[in-house]
Every structure is written in structure tokens, then in C-alpha cells.
Design a binder for this molecule. Structure first.
Ligand SMILES: [Zn+2]
Length: 251
């Protein structure tokens, strides 16, 4: 209820109200704001340069970890230490790392306040459950098609406890690309960044991410990086961190 109250407050005064945590952006001290500067010549923006090295992209416990077909989680059977149930509507019980769970609760409450009903379809998957999921896809589609849709165990973002597949309530285009055209898919595309979530597998980025467009799959990266991705328009973590494209597994 607290999350709902906060979300209602935000949406009542400013739908563009930014990040759910107050300490999301670094406070810059000692640099005058440009509008207050009396100098005649235009001064360059004092906007701090985003530090792309501020967090590890290799540590599986880092909010910025980049897992893809060329970057397995290390160790492969990594399990987060701070998983908890997220208090949001669900199809399968949602379990996320603590920060991601709190952000998901705020996001879902904010969406609900605007008449957009979301549920968690799929969240944390352990190495063992990813083994089962991937094997199921291979049995159904064959390995080549399965690899476009499901990660091999040890390579899945869902294993980080930072990813969530959203679905609509009532169900509509669940885990289907037509989800992008639903009110839920459109709301997420416009607003998820405000809560620290990033559309991890955007349309047309398969040669970079290795996965087809997944308008339902959002990855928690924290409000600071989510805002930077939004502002720069850089669509994938691979491009943002200048990593090689990962269209396929190495071996
Ligand atoms: Zn997913």
C-alpha cells in the first residue's frame, strides 16, 4: 500500500517524476548551474559525465552485469543472496533481488494508477530451472530456434534475479511480440526506465543481443543507468559498454 500511495502521489503531480529512489543521481557540488552563470560566453554544460566504469559488468551480483551468449555468468551456477518475493500481481510467483523487487512494486503500482494492469509472468530462474526451461524449448523448437528465444543455463539474465517478463491483465499477447502494441507494452516502453528497468531485447537488435525482440522482458539496471540509456538512446547494454555483439555462442 505504501508503494501505491507513493505512485499515486507521483502521478497526481508529475507523470514524468523520475526515479523511485532519491539517491539515484549523483549530487554535483561546487559547479554552478548554467542558468545562474553571469558570464557572457556560453558555458559548456556542467552535466557530469556518466561513469561507465562505476560498477562491474562482470560480477554477477552487480546491477550492471552484462550476461549474453558470449558472457556467461561466472560462476555459471551463481545464485543471488538477496532474493525476495515481489508484492505484485503474478502468473508465476515473482522472486527478484531486493532492489529490483522494490522497483517492480513501484512500477506496477504506478501503472495501475494509470489504469494499466500488469503482472509478473516470469522472474528469477535458478541454474537448474533454466536447464529445464531451455531443454523444453529445444525439445519444442530445435536448438537453433530455441537459442533465439531462451538462454542456455548460466547465460540467462533471469538467473541474476534482475529480470522480469511482464504480462498484461487480463492476459493479452503473453510472451508474444504483439505485446508491444498492448497498452501494457506501450506503457512499459515509455515508462519502465523511470523505475530503473531497461528493455533488454529491443526490436531489430538480434545481431547485437542474440535474441529476438522481447517487448515483455525488462532488466533492472538501477535508475541511474536506466536514465542514461534513455537519454542517450543507446538501445543495448552491449553497445553502451562497447562490448562485442553476441549473436551466437562461441562454441
Ligand atoms: Zn525474459
Amino acid at each position: 500500500m505504501v508503494g501505491l500511495a507513493i505512485a499515486l502521489g507521483l502521478s497526481a503531480c508529475a507523470p514524468a517524476a523520475p526515479t523511485p529512489t532519491p539517491d539515484a543521481r549523483p549530487t554535483v557540488t561546487g559547479i554552478p548551474a548554467p542558468s545562474q552563470s553571469p558570464t557572457a560566453t556560453p558555458t559548456p554544460s556542467p552535466e557530469p559525465t556518466f561513469d561507465r566504469g562505476a560498477r562491474s559488468i562482470d560480477d554477477p551480483a552487480s546491477l550492471w552485469v552484462v550476461a549474453n551468449k558470449l558472457r556467461p555468468l561466472q560462476p555459471a551456477d551463481y545464485a543471488p543472496a538477496d532474493l525476495r518475493a515481489a508484492d505484485i500481481p503474478y502468473v508465476y510467483e515473482p522472486v527478484l533481488r531486493a532492489d529490483a523487487a522494490a522497483a517492480a512494486e513501484q512500477l506496477v503500482a504506478a501503472a495501475a494508477a494509470e489504469g494499466i494492469a500488469l503482472a509478473a509472468q516470469s522472474t528469477y530462474r535458478s541454474y537448474a530451472s533454466q536447464q529445464r526451461v531451455y531443454a523444453g524449448w529445444v525439445a519444442q523448437l530445435g536448438q537453433e530456434a530455441a537459442d533465439l528465444t531462451s538462454a542456455r543455463p548460466g547465460h540467462s539474465e533471469h538467473q541474476t534475479g534482475l529480470s522480469i517478463d511482464f504480462s498484461a491483465v487480463p492476459a493479452n499477447c503473453t510472451l508474444d511480440q504483439c505485446f508491444a502494441q498492448t497498452p501494457q507494452g506501450q506503457w512499459l516502453a515509455a515508462n519502465a526506465w523511470r523505475y530503473g528497468f531497461h528493455l533488454r531485447y529491443p526490436e531489430g537488435a538480434t545481431p547485437v543481443t542474440g535474441y529476438e525482440f522481447e517487448p515483455w522482458h525488462y532488466r533492472y539496471v538501477g535508475p541511474e543507468l536506466a536514465a542514461e540509456l534513455h537519454e542517450t538512446g543507446i538501445r543495448t547494454l552491449e553497445e553502451f559498454f562497447e562490448l562485442p555483439p553476441a549473436p551466437d555462442y562461441a562454441g
